[in-house]
Design a binder for this molecule. Structure first.
Ligand SMILES: NC(=O)c1ccc[n+]([C@@H]2O[C@H](COP(=O)([O-])OP(=O)(O)OC[C@H]3O[C@@H](n4cnc5c(N)ncnc54)[C@H](O)[C@@H]3O)[C@@H](O)[C@H]2O)c1
Length: 360
């Protein structure tokens, strides 16, 4: 049975791609010009938002972005950018180890912050960021872009309407057959990244799953990680590789539910696969295409839902701007970033000790 549902309102009240108009101009600075470009695309969707500056240690990259997106200023030192009193908000799009220093400098300078995933390289840094945001009284949003896709927004709405009942089990993963990003660079250097595919890809699917389940707090984690390919490849091609290339974990949550998560950059699997499977008392769900599995009058029913094709990357920025304008708490908060990071840290710790890790 195939039932087609229409999309009513989005959970986050984001209008599909329509520019958000405001009375006061919001000026933003973007630090880091890789994924920072996608943030810029999002700001371009918003009316009365000016991208005032780009900052990158690579001046040429920052200048290129400034030309393309019409920004007035270019910086190579983020601390200097924070002295610009006209900048209201900052996108933190640097390698992970810089998330905490850049975000904290922005809060101390009285700016709102959206920070790329993961929140930081460990939960302690993440907690310091949350504290700095509180002290400054500024908005702190995590760039968990998958929460802002058309399909995930719709499923969240269905879950809130009780369509799945109580979700007690979820399985989620992002496995690549081949796909180590920037071999030998910051992604594969633990002091700069905090970890490998778990912190790079696992963070996305874990966040999406926890959010759909209502963000129950993690209580216990058992995990393993392996580095079977990366170190040898780095030896042959140069550079550092001191992170895992596959990790998995079992996460128990305060409400008794369980999540299994897995992530790899390189592994002998058929092909790259990104999945999230939710199992509830009234129904289950998965993506691509978005489907709900349930029973109708004692018969199995597979419901395929129609949804708008929204770019999560752009819509998260539209939401960030909306939160600044309306002084709203974002859908993806710094606290959520810390909860995810506690799980990631615990999977790494569990690997080292060979034991389960309690999360207080
Ligand atoms: N949400 C997503 O889908 C997604 C996708 C990719 C990356 N990311 C995240 O975005 C962040 C950046 O990743 P990326 O893929 O853009 O990396 P990247 O290496 O392509 O870009 C990072 C940029 O930061 C610049 N940089 C480094 N140190 C800096 C400093 N001190 N000051 C200013 N700029 C500095 C680099 O020169 C580079 O241009 C990471 O946290 C990553 O996890 C998120």
């Amino acid at each position: 049975m195939l039932v087609v549902w229409g999309l009513r309102t989005l959970v986050c009240n984001v209008k599909s791609g329509k520019p958000i108009k405001g009375e006061v101009m919001i000026r933003v600075g973007i630090v880091g010009t890789g994924i920072g470009r996608l943030h810029a695309n999002g700001y371009k969707k918003c009316q009365d938002v000016e991208i005032k500056a780009f900052c990158d240690i690579d001046r040429e990259r920052a200048e290129r972005c400034a030309r393309e997106y019409g920004a007035k200023d270019v910086y190579t030192d983020y601390r200097e950018m924070m002295n610009d009193d006209e900048i209201d908000a900052v996108s933190v799009c640097t390698p992970n180890a810089l998330h905490a220093p850049v975000a904290i400098a922005a809060f101390e300078a009285g700016k709102h912050v959206i920070c790329e995933k993961p929140i930081a390289t460990n939960a302690e840094e993440g907690k310091a960021m949350v504290e700095a945001a509180k002290k400054a009284g500024k908005i702190f949003m995590m760039g968990f872009n998958n929460r802002f896709r058309g399909d995930t927004q719709l499923l969240k709405k269905c879950i809130e309407a009780g369509e799945l009942g109580e979700i007690y089990y979820a399985k989620t993963g992002w496995l690549r057959r081949r796909g180590i990003p920037g071999l030998g660079g910051w992604f594969t250097t633990k002091s700069l990244s905090g970890g490998g595919p778990l912190i790079d890809l696992g963070v996305h699917v874990l966040d999406l799953t926890l959010w759909l389940m209502g963000n129950p707090k993690p209580t216990y984690v058992l995990g393993s990680s392996y580095a079977m390919f990366g170190p040898q490849l780095a030896k042959e091609q140069g550079g550092t590789y001191d992170v895992e290339d596959l990790a998995c974990g079992l996460v128990k949550l305060e409400n008794g539910a369980t999540i299994f998560v897995e992530a790899s950059w390189q592994s002998h699997v058929e092909r790259e696969r990104i999945y999230t499977q939710l199992v509830g008392t009234k129904g289950g769900a998965e993506f691509d295409p978005l489907r709900i599995y349930t029973d109708v009058n004692g018969n199995h029913a597979d419901i395929q839902l129609q949804h708008p094709n929204l770019s999560g990357h752009e819509m998260e920025i539209v939401h960030f701007v909306e939160c600044i304008r309306e002084n709203k708490t974002p859908i993806a908060t710094g606290e959520h970033g810390v909860h995810i990071q506690l799980i990631l840290d615990a999977i790494y710790k569990s690997t080292e000790t060979g034991k389960g890790v309690e999360i207080a």
